[in-house]
Design a protein around this ligand. Structure first.
Ligand SMILES: [Mn+2]
Length: 424
């Protein structure tokens, strides 16, 4: 299905008077209004193909119907999101769940929706039906060189698919680790993983990046071979200049200070990308900003501070992606909410008075520093983000329009109610 431009314009027309009223009172207090608006328009967040269907848990799955049945339909779904919010201009594919049959037609379809191909994702955490060796005891860390070679070869294939589609990066998340003390020699597991990653690194085109994603635990519950940002940074540093750490918000131990991690990785020039989601307990994969919106704002505050210090382009110099999926909401509504939450946190962080904050820090004026941050966080920037969407051709309120057009009903009518999107 397609959302025609005139439907968005019609909707915006009737919602505009109220919007303008709210925007005008907000704009009075923003000094760098036009600059902020431009940045919001430029900012794009990639949608992972696996978030387009109901995620489920290991206990069960409750699909809502109309899920995409093919790569083409996944692209169509991201196209719907992008038409509504103009901030979801890329799709992130997962191999082998999204192996393209015909690169040219897939590229043409994505271009038709204004979408690019973000980071490619490999998968050595599952066994595929046609696979020779099992990853039960790990992939790149495995004691058997033949298993490691299979994992390396898979990653090289993923790079090759990405080259055909115009992607520029590979994200490697390894579930490798151990479940019991004594199962694994940590040092040997690290060395084997590093050597495997070095072989993948050698296959990267000159203008590609490799993102080494870390995760504290799950599916392994005693040790994880890329378990935290320190380990990821070690791998990335040893690999070379095309290797970076990827931060997934849900992959930390409870109460980790993620904004500090972000700040230091940026300082070292080793932050490559981001996976947005939110969590209460572990890798809960909940909607971005749904549990800890202040943390999301503080992360963006450090991102902007650190990127500006290195004169980086906010929109293009890091990989921005959502990595979430769960059981109880319409996945497209959920993604619209995640993108909105990310844009709001970004907009609020753009409003931080950085000069005043820096002065307060130098004066040890703790209360003032807190006032400055919270003044930005407590600003209702929804009209600002809506204005950016409006100017880019999106809908003033994407979810409201999504519901009034009955997009899900239409997708169920087209695709049926028993379709499955993910390979999990
Ligand atoms: Mn992730």
């Amino acid at each position: 299905m397609n959302i025609e431009k005139y439907k968005i314009e019609e909707y915006n027309q009737q919602a505009k008077a109220k919007h303008v009223r709210k925007l005008e009172s907000l704009v009075e207090d923003i000094n760098n209004y036009h600059e902020v608006l431009e940045k919001l328009i430029d900012f794009q967040i990639a949608i992972p193909s696996w978030a387009l269907g109901s995620g489920g848990t290991r206990f069960g799955r409750f699909p809502g119907g109309g899920e995409p049945r093919s790569l083409e339909e996944k692209i169509e779904d991201v196209g719907l999101l992008h038409a509504l919010n103009q901030s979801s201009g890329a799709i992130s594919l997962h191999i082998p769940w999204d192996v393209p049959k015909d690169y040219q037609s897939i590229k043409a379809l994505a271009a038709q929706y204004g979408l690019g191909f973000d980071a490619m994702n490999s998968n050595t955490f599952q066994d595929q039906p046609d696979q020779t060796f099992s990853y039960k005891f790990g992939s790149m860390q495995h004691v058997d060189a033949a298993v490691r070679k299979q994992a390396v070869q898979h990653n090289i294939e993923v790079i090759q698919h990405g080259i055909e589609l115009g992607s520029k990066s590979l994200t490697v998340w390894l579930s490798d680790g151990s479940c019991f003390p004594g199962q694994l020699n940590f040092r040997k597991a690290f060395q084997r993983t590093l050597e495997s990653l070095q072989e993948v690194y050698a296959a990267l085109p000159a203008d590609w990046k490799i993102f080494v994603e870390y995760k504290a635990f799950e599916p392994n519950f005693y040790s994880t071979t890329v378990g935290d940002w320190g380990q990821s940074l070690l791998y990335a540093s040893k690999l070379g200049p095309k290797a970076y750490t990827l931060v997934d918000l849900g992959h930390h131990l409870p109460n980790a200070n993620i904004e500090q991690i972000v700040s230091l990785l940026l300082m070292e020039g080793k932050l490559g990308g981001f996976h947005f989601n939110d969590s209460k307990y572990g890798d809960d994969d909940l909607t971005a900003g749904s549990i800890k919106p202040y943390q999301l704002f503080l992360i963006f505050n450090e991102l902007i501070e650190g990127m500006d210090a290195r004169k980086m382009n906010h929109a293009t110099d890091l990989g921005w992606m959502i990595d979430a999926s769960h059981n109880v909401k319409d996945p497209l509504e959920d993604l619209l909410q995640s993108v909105e939450a990310i844009m709001l946190a970004y907009a609020q962080a753009l409003l931080v008075d950085r000069k005043a904050l820096s002065a307060a820090q130098e004066d040890n004026d703790v209360a003032k520093a807190q006032e400055i941050l919270q003044a930005a966080f407590r600003t209702d920037v929804r009209p600002l983000v809506a204005e950016a969407r409006l100017r880019a051709g999106g809908a003033l309120n994407p979810i409201e329009l999504y519901r009034s057009l009955n997009v899900r009903g239409e997708l169920i009518r087209e695709r049926g109610s028993k379709t499955v999107a993910t390979g999990l």
